[in-house]
Design a protein around this ligand. Structure first.
Ligand code: NI
Length: 172
């Protein structure tokens, strides 16, 4: 297993939409392992393939919190959001926006259909943090980022602070 570097906004590769996964062979299994390891190391509750520069429709989520709770890794391949219900404001972070927290409006409940890491189809109804994470990670597969959901002023502020951070990191 290996930890892969996570791309940070405004890296343009975050805008490349993912292609459907068709091959669930060893290379894909390795990718899933690497994504889980990268997410846990960050640490984060979700990671989408485009965030490590891989343009595939794949994300991993683990919303188990706390050391005494067993891990609950979920793999979503070629996901489709079938139903969105209700609306809720949630303070979101993103591994591609280090240090940023933004209040974002999301559906409260979702029904999603996806394939697991072996290509087996499943359907899931989710609410709470899992529902938020599914919507957030699913956006990444279309090259959409949480900054897109902000109003003009907050979008500009976040953009500027991320560009400043990226410039400082490049000069370090
Ligand atoms: Ni994200």
């Amino acid at each position: 297993m290996a930890i892969r570097p996570i791309l940070h906004y405004p890296d343009k590769r975050l805008r490349i939409p993912g292609k459907p996964v068709t091959d669930f062979g060893p290379e894909f299994q390795q990718l899933v392992e690497d994504m889980a390891e990268t997410m846990y190391a960050a640490p984060g509750v979700g990671l989408a393939a485009p965030q490590i520069g891989v343009s595939l429709r794949l994300f991993v989520i683990d919303v188990a919190t706390g050391d005494d709770e067993p891990s609950d890794l979920r793999v979503f391949t070629n996901p489709e959001l079938l139903e969105l219900e209700g609306s809720v404001l949630f303070d979101e972070g993103c591994l591609s926006f280090p240090g940023a927290r933004e209040e974002i409006e999301r559906a409260e409940r979702v029904r999603v259909r996806a394939l697991d890491r072996h290509g087996e189809a499943f359907e899931l109804e989710a609410d709470g943090l899992l529902a938020i994470a599914i919507q957030h990670e699913n956006d990444h597969l279309d090259g959409k980022l949480m900054i897109d959901k902000l109003g003009v002023l907050r979008r500009r502020l976040l953009h500027r602070s991320m560009v400043k951070r990226a410039t400082a990191a490049a000069m370090a």
